[in-house]
Design a protein around this ligand. Structure first.
Ligand SMILES: Cc1cc2nc3c(=O)[nH]c(=O)nc-3n(C[C@H](O)[C@H](O)[C@H](O)COP(=O)(O)O)c2cc1C
Length: 206
């Protein structure tokens, strides 16, 4: 069954502007593809823990020798990876916070980047194993970042997704949201327009 993973990372949970855009995207995507299954993970409601030494040690411990605590730590991260594996399409709510991605989303990436599982190293360099998925990142920003020419957030998210093998990535921007009402309305209208184009006209790829 086609599956869409909706990933929200606004600290305002469903009240966040980016979450409202992922909700709209999901609604329109499913309307156009009614057989789609949706997995919804809200990172502000269930934030993945920061990656720490305990977690790395759990991963390094042979499966049969893991303590109960280590099993639980790995199992929690396994679920995040499994959700991506289940999905053929991801839509990510991506607010810009302090020039970067929300810390919850960074923690999510830290958990799904797992050596020997979601990536490995070949002679040619790193090889991600999560390819074949489409990703839509719906980025909401207070300022007009897209026009500034300096956008470390987009570069970072693209690099992480590419590292994991996900190369079919589209960014949709709602910019200038905290400048004034006029800018906010224009930014939201532009994003909604692009969401409509992507959800309604692009067939799901096999
Ligand atoms: C903690 C915090 C940090 C922010 N940092 C930036 C920033 O660095 N640049 C910017 O243009 N907007 C910044 N903003 C504005 C948000 O990008 C904007 O309000 C966006 O719509 C938030 O999305 P959300 O409602 O989905 O959380 C920040 C907002 C918050 C709450």
């Amino acid at each position: 069954m086609p599956t869409l993973l909706r990933l929200d990372s606004s600290l305002y949970s469903s009240h966040g502007t980016s979450s409202q855009l992922t909700a709209l995207f999901t609604k329109q995507w499913v309307q156009a593809r009614p057989d789609t299954d949706v997995i919804h993970r809200d990172l502000s409601l269930s934030p993945p823990p920061h990656l720490d030494a305990e977690h790395m040690e759990a991963l390094a411990t042979e499966v049969s020798r893991r303590t109960l605590r280590q099993q639980e730590l790995v199992a929690a991260a396994d679920i995040l990876i499994q959700e991506v594996r289940q999905a053929d399409t991801l839509v990510i709510g991506l607010p810009l916070y302090n020039f970067g991605i929300p810390s919850t989303l960074k923690a999510w990436f830290d958990h799904i980047c797992r050596a020997g599982d979601t990536f490995s190293y070949a002679e040619s360099g790193p090889v991600g194993t999560l390819g074949g998925r489409r990703v839509f990142a719906l980025s909401t920003r207070g300022d007009r970042v897209s026009k500034s020419g300096k956008d470390p957030q987009t570069d970072h998210v693209r690099a992480m997704l590419n590292f994991l093998g996900m190369n079919d990535v589209s960014f949709i921007y709602a910019d200038g949201l905290t400048i004034d009402e006029e800018c906010r309305a224009a930014g939201m209208a532009a994003a909604k327009n692009r969401i409509a184009q992507h959800t309604c006209t692009n067939p799901v790829r096999a």
